[in-house]
Design a protein around this ligand. Structure first.
Ligand code: SF4
Length: 148
């Protein structure tokens, strides 16, 4: 869509604002729904503040347990920041599948604090643990970080 023509009689500002508002209404509803959140060193790519839903999109469900853990951790952090009862989804567009994720009492009370304690323990070690190369490491976003 072309920008509105500039006019020299002082009407340009209101017309431009109206045009920009019209454009934002043309965004697909799905794009308007999701916001990006950054806090506590994490970045949540898709958060719907109205429905309180976190969405992650992944290529393949091969590491589904890790994808679910990631979303549970986001829900846990949101809860710590006062956003209660948020839920999550992991979408696999290629497979046309979606996994629903909820933060359970056991996650909140035991599982996630256990992960955090383990991370803390590992970061306190004098030497890095032995590296364990898995087949899925090749397609992991952290590959260079772990193996270079
Ligand atoms: S590359 Fe590193 S972070 Fe990624 S799966 Fe392998 S060990 Fe884990």
């Amino acid at each position: 869509m072309a920008a509105p023509p500039a006019v020299a009689d002082g009407r340009q500002q209101p017309r431009r604002r109206r045009w920009q508002a019209d454009r934002s209404n043309q965004l697909p509803a799905a794009a308007r729904r999701w916001r990006q959140l950054s806090f506590d060193g994490v970045k949540i790519d898709h958060f719907d503040p109205r429905e309180k839903v976190v969405k992650e999109t992944k290529k393949s469900p091969k590491l589904k347990f890790a994808h679910v853990a990631q979303v549970k951790y986001y829900l846990y952090l949101l809860e710590l920041r006062g956003i209660k009862a948020a839920t999550g989804q992991v979408e696999y567009p290629r497979q046309k599948r979606t996994t629903e994720v909820s933060l359970l009492a056991a996650d909140r009370d035991t599982t996630i604090p256990g992960w955090l304690a383990e991370i803390e323990r590992i970061t306190q070690l004098e030497k890095c643990p032995e590296i364990v190369r898995k087949s899925y490491c090749r397609s992991c976003a952290f590959h260079d970080f772990c193996f270079s």
